[in-house]
Design a protein around this ligand. Structure first.
Ligand code: SAM
Length: 217
């Protein structure tokens, strides 16, 4: 179903951009921001899809374009800041043999995401409340780590990626997305952790960045 998105109020967009820039450049400030962020998204979960157009073609277009730049089919996929789970569900459809995990700091968002899984006897898709700053996964757990409209926690993404794994950071509405990170900031943050850029582009109203973790040898 195509959902119409309501425009983001300017004050929300500006606050989101400021928060996003702080997390990307000064992640040590995250402990101060965590509780208000969680409260805000717990309070936003009800009616999120209808208000934001989550799950619509516009919402998913940059993620859909980004996966075409990932050369191999991943077996283990993580969606960080999954919200109501639409990006994780898209990735599960895109990679029908992959195990897909979606994490979010908001219990209410996770509750909404879980209602969408339906019958999944093999437990292929699962949602869990977790903080992107301290992911509950062992090192090298995923072949693909994606995030849509979510600030980047570079160190944790690099830690849970397998060697030669891919990272995707996508924004549904490009610079107009509250949690938007410019490509130059992504490149700097990821390069420091051994993730080299392989593609960045616009898609629909949004944009994406794809990187690859170096493989040993
Ligand atoms: C703008 S919403 C995007 C949700 C979803 N990806 C989408 O595009 O509809 C950002 C999401 O990131 C989550 N989030 C923010 N900081 C987080 C963190 N440190 N760890 C996990 N989730 C976080 C919020 O709770 C919220 O659900």
């Amino acid at each position: 179903m195509q959902r119409a998105r309501r425009p983001t109020p300017t004050r929300v967009r500006l606050a989101g951009r400021a928060l996003n820039a702080t997390i990307a450049r000064a992640p040590w400030l995250w402990p101060v921001l965590r509780a208000p962020m969680q409260r805000f998204f717990d309070g936003s979960a009800r009616g999120w899809d209808e208000r934001t157009g989550a799950g619509s073609v516009d919402h998913l277009a940059p993620l859909a374009a980004a996966v075409t730049r990932v050369p191999n089919h991943p077996e283990r996929v993580l969606d960080i800041g999954t919200g109501t789970g639409e990006a994780a569900l898209f990735l599960a459809r895109e990679y029908p043999r992959a195990g897909v995990r979606g994490v979010d700091i908001s219990e209410e968002m996770i509750r909404a995401a879980r209602t969408k899984v339906g019958l999944d006897p093999e437990g292929r898709i699962a949602f869990k409340r977790a903080d992107a700053a301290a992911l509950p996964y062992a090192d090298e757990s995923f072949d693909l780590v994606a995030q849509l409209n979510m600030p980047p926690f570079f160190a944790e993404i690099a830690r849970v990626l397998r060697p030669a794994g891919h990272a995707i950071v996508a924004s549904s509405w490009g610079e107009a997305t509250p949690f938007y990170t410019p490509a130059a900031v992504l490149e700097r943050g990821f390069r420091r952790r051994g993730i080299e850029p392989i593609a960045t582009d616009r898609a629909g109203a949004g944009s994406y960045w794809v990187g690859r973790l170096a493989a040993p040898g």
